[in-house]
Write a protein that binds this ligand. Structure first.
Ligand SMILES: CC(C)(COP(=O)(O)OP(=O)(O)OC[C@H]1O[C@@H](n2cnc3c(N)ncnc32)[C@H](O)[C@@H]1OP(=O)(O)O)[C@@H](O)C(=O)NCCC(=O)NCCS
Length: 209
């Protein structure tokens, strides 16, 4: 494999033909989530994500149904990453806490092939998607983030808003996990001991993009 500097990363719009590759990357990245997130995500949840990624029709349908504009990163003809956005007012998780997010783009589906991590792929995808989002006239952006990706978004100027985190019914409250979350997310321990459930999707936003 070529070293990072020599590899040419191309970013282009997703097409239906990419659904299989994008789904496969999602499955492979999801399979590693348990280890990367200190047990935060239940096995059953991770297994369901991994299975979903192996169904290209469903993967494509998700982007179509949600009107997600997805981009892929390609190296030597191989799809190695994905990232996209949709209108932030589309409340597809029925999360009433979000309210009307007019003017916000909702970022989603940032995945780098585990074999290609650390080569600037997510960074390139991020720059492209933010350019598109600004061109579309959005003023703000938000994203639900897994624990291990907090650092990436923090580096990009996003702020964690704990009040808007999401919770899973299948994930039992675990004070030890909450303690670890507070360290990784940079939130105070107090924020997390107050709540009786463990968040699984962490809400990050950036105003005035
Ligand atoms: C998070 C993820 C997309 C990063 O992909 P990547 O292609 O390895 O990232 P890049 O090489 O483009 O890194 C870009 C920058 O972000 C930094 N970065 C990447 N991941 C980071 C992390 N988890 N914490 C802190 N910084 C991170 C890099 O150091 C780099 O910094 P630099 O520009 O100063 O050099 C990748 O690790 C991944 O797919 N993880 C699993 C899935 C996931 O968590 N997706 C997010 C779903 S919410």
């Amino acid at each position: 494999m070529l070293s990072g500097d020599l590899v040419k990363i191309k970013i282009r719009a997703y097409t239906k033909k990419d659904a299989e590759a994008v789904g496969r990357i999602f499955s492979r990245a999801s399979a590693k989530l348990k280890k990367a997130n200190g047990g935060l995500y239940a096995d059953s949840k991770i297994e369901s994500w991994v299975r979903w990624g192996h169904k290209p029709e469903e993967v494509h349908k998700e982007f179509e149904d949600m009107n997600t504009k997805l981009f892929v990163a390609v190296i030597n003809g191989k799809v190695v990453g994905s990232f996209g956005y949709q209108d932030g007012a589309v409340n597809f998780r029925n999360d009433s806490k979000l309210g009307d997010r007019g003017g916000f783009a909702r970022l989603r589906f940032l995945y780098t092939d585990p074999d290609f991590k650390g080569r600037g792929i997510a960074g390139r995808l991020f720059d492209k998607v933010m350019d598109e989002v600004r061109k579309e006239g959005y003023k703000h952006a938000y994203v639900y983030v897994v624990l291990s990706a907090h650092g990436f978004y923090q580096k990009k100027g996003f702020i964690h808003v704990p009040a808007l985190d999401s919770y899973s019914e299948t994930q039992p409250y675990d004070p030890e996990i909450n303690r670890r979350i507070s360290i990784v997310s940079g939130c105070t321990h107090k924020n997390y001991t107050k709540i009786e459930k463990t968040p699984v999707d962490f809400f990050f936003e950036k105003l005035d993009i």
